[in-house]
Design a binder for this molecule. Structure first.
Ligand code: S3P
Length: 180
């Protein structure tokens, strides 16, 4: 229990749809807060020994989700981390509940249109769920998937409008809310 409550003060999970800025913001926040930045997708690639596209192709999405859960939960008990999760991480298994009880959670919220415009600027090719979509298919996919996923994302302890905060303001908000 003791280890759990320490981690609770010291891991911040950034959650949100692909393209919302989890990694970019997370890196900047970690630098300013002197936390270690962890990208869950990068951990997964390291563990799998292949890219996410290759993993999806070879083993399929459910195997990916199982590995994602394993990599996420391997962070238990770690401290002073900012973790950029994958866009789907909170929506599978009990991951959202697990993150809420193992650390702090922050949802970076953006509209489907903003996400689509970011993802269409060369950000889609590494992402198996969207890599072959036209602009119209991409916007439809984001709109539908976000609708299904928001019930998980909205369980985050803090929710911010991704267009309104720069990293410095986000840190202030996080500090105010969590007293990190
Ligand atoms: C996914 C998001 C990706 C990556 C994988 C699946 C998703 O992470 O985990 O391609 O289901 O939304 P990013 O949100 O970092 O792109």
């Amino acid at each position: 229990m003791q280890q759990n409550s320490t981690a609770k003060e010291q891991i911040l999970f950034l959650i949100g749809f692909m393209g919302c800025g989890k990694s970019t913001l997370g890196k900047k926040m970690a630098k300013q807060m002197e936390y270690t930045f962890v990208d869950l997708d990068d951990c997964l690639v390291k563990k799998a020994g292949m890219s996410i596209n290759q993993y999806f192709e070879k083993y399929g999405e459910s195997a990916f989700r199982a590995l994602e859960k394993e990599v996420l939960q391997s962070l238990a008990g770690k401290s002073r981390l900012i973790v950029a999760t994958g866009g789907g991480t909170p929506c599978f298994y009990d991951n959202m509940e697990w993150m809420n009880s193992s650390g702090k959670t922050l949802y970076i919220q953006l509209s489907p249109r903003t996400l689509a415009s970011r993802l269409s600027q060369g950000e889609a090719s590494k992402r198996p769920l969207i890599k072959d979509k036209s602009a119209e298919e991409l916007l439809n996919f984001i709109t539908e998937t976000l609708q299904q996923r928001e019930r998980y994302y909205l369980q985050a302890q803090v929710i911010v409008d991704g267009l309104q905060y720069n990293p410095k303001q986000l840190i202030e908000k996080v500090n105010q809310h969590f007293s990190l």
